[in-house]
Design a protein around this ligand. Sequence first.
Ligand code: NAP
Length: 247
Amino acid sequence: MSELSGLSALVTGGTSGIGRATALELARRGARVAVAGRDAERGKRVVAEIEKLGATGIFIPTELSDAASVRSLAGATIAAFGQVDVLVNNAGVFPFGPTEQTSEADFDAVFAVNVKAPYFLVAELAPAMAERGHGAIVNITTMVAEFGMSGMGLYGSSKAAVGLLTKAWAAEYGPRGVRVNAVSPGPTRTEGTAGMGEGLDQLAAAAPAGRPGTPEEIAEAIAFLAGKQATFVHGVVLPVDGGRVAV
Ligand code: NAP
């Protein structure tokens, strides 16, 4: 029997990059996977890839803009699967630029997707996990939540909030069997970073690994934290960044 057999997972931003690789890895490990995102074409493609693995996948179209949309995503997943055992808060936006050129709308949009959506998704799903006495939540943050980088203050601060929430939720739900952890990727080649071109390689060059990561390398760490190899792991923010924050 596979490690996650019989369990249901929800991956936000599962239509692309790290989220897509995570949805596939969780499916490979036996979970039923709900893929949330806005792009129906990409969503359908990921579901087809999940089914090719012999697993069950569904796409749930979602615009993660406010608490109401998050509640409706949680409701749709529970309607399809009965419950959610593994939640991966992966959807994220990462605009970079000078602080003085950031509009209020940009600021609100980043915090809506990166902080508000995971916050209300956990509020919606963690209590039922706690009632059942088991569950795993993995949040995705970033290495630039750990150190200051010019032009990345807005993005980094939103993910720093996610890092702290990871620890607060571990304290809140851990005693009732829900493990809450985070993965903090370094530069990773995805659809979302494709526009950075060589900038991504330059960003990665400062780390011991000296290269960008692949979505699959990040997904392995996420699946580890969600799975049975990590039953004594609570409240960690695991750097998967080629060693960047270590040096
Ligand atoms: P990506 O390829 O751009 O994919 C982002 C995903 O988030 C897509 O599936 C997208 O879905 C979804 N999404 C974005 N805004 C949304 C919204 N308003 N409502 C619903 N879904 C939304 O990104 P990625 O590079 O894989 O990054 C994934 C996560 O890792 C993010 O949280 C990012 O901050 C973090 N991270 C990435 C890197 C990196 O170098 N790639 C490094 C550190 C951390 P649709 O397009 O279908 O709507």
